[in-house]
Design a protein around this ligand. Sequence first.
Ligand code: BG6
Ligand code: MG
Length: 219
Amino acid sequence: MILKACIFDLDGVIVDTAKYHFLAWKKLADQLGVKFTPASNESLKGVSRMESLGTILKSGNITLGQQEREELAAKKNDWFVEYLNNMSANEILPGVIAFLDDLDFNHVGKAIGSASKNAGLALRKIGLADRFDLIIDGTMVSRAKPDPEVFLKAATGLRLPPEQCLVFEDARAGIQAAHNGKMKCVGVGSPEILGEADLVIDSFSNINWMAVLKLLNTR
Ligand code: BG6
Ligand code: MG
């Protein structure tokens, strides 16, 4: 099947915001007296804000009503947005710009498929809001990854069948979402965590579109 577009997760793939989600959740978990480590953070990556909060509360055996949950989620988001507002293009991950340029050169479509409701703000902060044909974010979907909704909406918006789209993800839930949507997925990060992906790269440095195609076909 010929691949005609790439759908990128945002946090941890295009920009180094995954660390800010972690820091903001960590601050909240500390206030709640819940143990929270980089390892426990892995299961929150790619997952919606309210579901992430649910996981933290569950691990601390804390039961709260809807209003209190929303207040805590808003608190975490305020801290996260504070980090975003101080962010600049320096935090675009290595090799990303060159890879996007290479996709343009090869006439390959480009979309964002992010669970984040802050995706627009993050893209504006790093100056990449206009680099994508389409942005589907957390304000446009109702089902969180591993549900494929966000990626299927992106494929529809790109007017392509899912099989012609390649997803890039740093989260296990995201890889599962891509596969649930019948899309191939490149994991960006560590093979130990992202082993379910069709291909794992440690970053976009030293990789181009032709190399990705070659590596996918040789597996
Ligand atoms: C994903 C992140 O991209 O967006 C998650 O990987 C985050 O960590 C989720 O919880 C929702 O983001 P936001 O900005 O809407 O709280
Ligand atoms: Mg991510």
